[in-house]
Ligand binder design. Sequence first.
Ligand code: ADP
Ligand code: MG
Length: 405
Amino acid sequence: MEEERKLEEVVGEKKNERIQVAVRCRPFLKNDINRGDLGQLSSRWEPKGERGATTVFCDPEKNTIKVSDLTHVVESRYDKIFDQDSTQHEVFDFMKPGLNDLLTGINCTVFAYGQTGSGKTHTMFGPKWEESVASRLSGGMKNDFFSNIDNHGIIPRTISHLFSTVDMKKHTLYCSFIQIYNEKLYDLLQDPEIEHPLDIREDKNAGIFVEGLTEYVVEKDRDCFILLKRGERNRVTRSTFMNAASSRSHSIFQLLLESNKMDSDGMLMRAKLNLCDLAGSEKINKEEIMNEQHFEELKTINLSLTTLGKVISVLGKKQSKKHIPYRDSKITRFLQDSLGGRTKTFLVAAVSPGEDCVEETISTLKFADRAKQVMVRAKANTFKGSDDALVKRLQKEILHLRDIL
Ligand code: ADP
Ligand code: MG
């Protein structure tokens, strides 16, 4: 790797803080099964009410959530509870402090975790995001998703926020978009017809990187939105090749922010932002397995989410010598330098209000509970810079981007 990629030991801001954990419960949808909650999330907790028992009860003021499976009641408090009335704006506000820290060189990772249909994609991208991109592909979609700002989830809001707050003359922003499907990593900004999983490598100086991953330089929010749509389009196309619903893959939209000017010590700043829409976390239900391929998919999802849970658990334990199983799955390996140590991490655990989902809802809350224990020590990343090399590289990549757009 080039000299300017060299990561140096960091002298910078250090903050000890926990992973920030929010739970978002979506509204009832037509097909949800509920026991007497009349299609509304309960406004009162009635474990044995006249209309039957409440399944999920959110208290956004106390930031608590209660879930009842008729035999047990699980009650937990999180940093934030978002109920059915929560807006995309409020959810964005929860992780916005991470964007402010990004400017000081602190990595930031945001995860949406939860069972399929619980609202992960709604939270990260926006409502009916996949459908709107798919419908655009087939020539439909008069109402462009991007023109309705209220719909925007965390990713489009992040793009708008960064371009309106970061001085792009002093910084460079790179954009990548990946998908992990069946423990293989794909570049969503590359042509999906080229079936070409990429390898994750580690370099003494550069840390974890994906060999051959496209990193576009983005100068305007519009460029970034184009890449976001292109990645999603490729994901939709690829998922038809593979006969896989997008809910069976993890997708990570990554932005890398670098300063263009060295400080007085000749150092440049670099911070990575990972926005992750994880695969659905539901357990394997043997009756629903359609075929061998489907079984493999579910097995690898379980493996990767279990590994993510384990990594988070180990990180939460106070031991000096601990083995952290980053290498046991692609998602944890990819996020290795964004999970431990230097990162500010936010988890949005998405849950459904329906009675039929209660078991998965409780299991999602357990995952969120483990994440709550983890202390992170966010630290700024700086590295030894060389202006010339950096400028040359940027010019090359801008040309490449122009070419493609
Ligand atoms: P997941 O990505 O977890 O599988 P989705 O984000 O696709 O789930 O959500 C499933 C369905 O629920 C979609 O139709 C989505 O529009 C709807 N939905 C999810 N969260 C909300 C919410 N907070 N408000 C309204 N509808 C929602
Ligand atoms: Mg989804």
